[in-house]
Design a protein around this ligand. Structure first.
Ligand SMILES: *Cc1c(COP(=O)(O)O)cnc(C)c1O
Ligand code: SF4
Length: 346
């Protein structure tokens, strides 16, 4: 058994064990777990113990998950935009293909909380074949985003089979994989996996780090293996209350990501997912963080701040407003330091 399989085998999934190790309320953990399963690998548990709160909050069930009745079960209306099971075709040129119901850790804030880690998220050879068939028959799709769950919880062989079948479809030019394993299970990124992936270029990977304490030596090594294989790496960070909702934490995270060759891609406003209200920040918080980043830190470190609109209306960029007025002869605006300037129309 490989290192990563051992991590999964030894992951904590029992409320009894979790409460014994961390001293949380066993009955509460069990109640949450029956609706929204948890899974914490020995690797992530170790980090949590070192750094405390922000990582703990992402991983450990909280009874507040059961007390949120305002959120939506399927906030992005993914289930209604699915022409094939586990395939979401929302934007014209790209589709989201869910190929795994498992993750190395079940993040408490997950948008697909209704599904991940549950038997009801039925993914099998039949649904995958149905998704491939839709992709084959839909020539306007240029890019497929493989996600889940986490695609890297599948075996190398299963991943390769999907990649090979996608590559046989001529109109699919770009493959993107969304995986949190470089953060939650970095030993999953093995030389064998990477040598297989590099055969399927152009291949992009977007990963998901939320806090600088998640960028360990092992995470750095996982990203180095992927980057050395010529795979451009991006990061989708979720803005989360009590985890990373401050400028210094986000700035440190973004700087560290650039150091490990991961280009920040999105900073995402938390979705209106049922059971995640305690993580949601004010939009103003996100805009203030963006204002603190733009111009002050390397442009390469600055992600787009994105809100994914309810009912499947799509992602909307949220940018601080720099424009003061549109005049006949000039545009008036504030610069990144808040100093008023103008651009004359000559
Ligand atoms: C987010 C998302 C994508 C990818 O969008 P990008 O802006 O290209 O990152 C594609 N399909 C669905 C359904 C999505 O939610
Ligand atoms: S790894 Fe991604 S899909 Fe899996 S639980 Fe975390 S946020 Fe959800």
């Amino acid at each position: 058994m490989t290192d990563w399989q051992n991590q999964l085998k030894n992951a904590i999934i029992s409320p009894e064990k979790l409460s014994r190790i961390l001293g949380c309320d066993q009955a509460e953990v069990a109640a949450v777990n029956s609706r929204y399963p948890f899974r914490i690998s020995p690797y992530y548990l170790e980090l949590m113990k070192r750094v405390g709160e922000p990582l703990f909050r992402q991983a450990v069930p909280d009874i507040k998950e059961m007390e949120d009745h305002q959120g939506m079960v399927d906030p992005l209306a993914e289930d209604t935009l699915s022409p094939a099971p586990n395939l979401v075709h929302k934007y014209p040129d790209r589709a989201l293909f869910l190929v795994s119901s498992q993750c190395a850790m079940y993040c408490r804030f997950c948008t697909r909380k209704r599904k991940v880690g549950k038997a009801s998220m039925q993914i099998n050879q039949e649904t995958i074949d149905a998704g491939l068939k839709y992709l084959r028959n839909t020539p306007q799709i240029r890019e497929v985003l493989i996600s889940g769950g986490d695609p890297f919880l599948l075996s190398d062989q299963r991943i390769e089979e999907i990649l090979r079948k996608l590559r046989e479809i001529r109109h699919i030019k770009v493959i993107r994989i969304g995986t949190r394993t470089p953060c939650t299970l970095p030993m999953r990124i093995t030389p064998e996996l990477v040598n297989m992936l590099r055969k399927y270029h152009p291949l992009y990977i977007n990963t998901h780090f939320n806090h600088p304490a998640e960028i360990t030596q092992q995470a750095e090594q996982a990203c180095a293996l992927l980057a050395d294989a010529g795979i451009p790496l991006g990061c989708q960070t979720v803005l989360l209350k009590g985890v990373n909702d401050s400028l210094p934490v986000i700035r440190e995270l973004l700087y560290r990501l650039l150091e490990i060759r991961v280009r920040p891609y999105y900073l995402m406003q938390a979705d209106l997912t049922e059971g995640t209200a305690h993580f949601r920040t004010d939009i103003k918080t996100g805009l203030a963080i963006m204002r603190g980043l733009i111009g002050s830190v390397s442009g390469m470190a600055v992600p787009a701040y994105i809100l994914d609109a309810p009912e499947g209306k799509g992602k909307i960029p949220l940018t601080p407003d720099y424009i003061l007025s549109h005049q006949e002869d000039k545009l008036e605006f504030n610069n990144y330091q808040g100093i008023p300037c103008s651009y004359p129309f000559l």
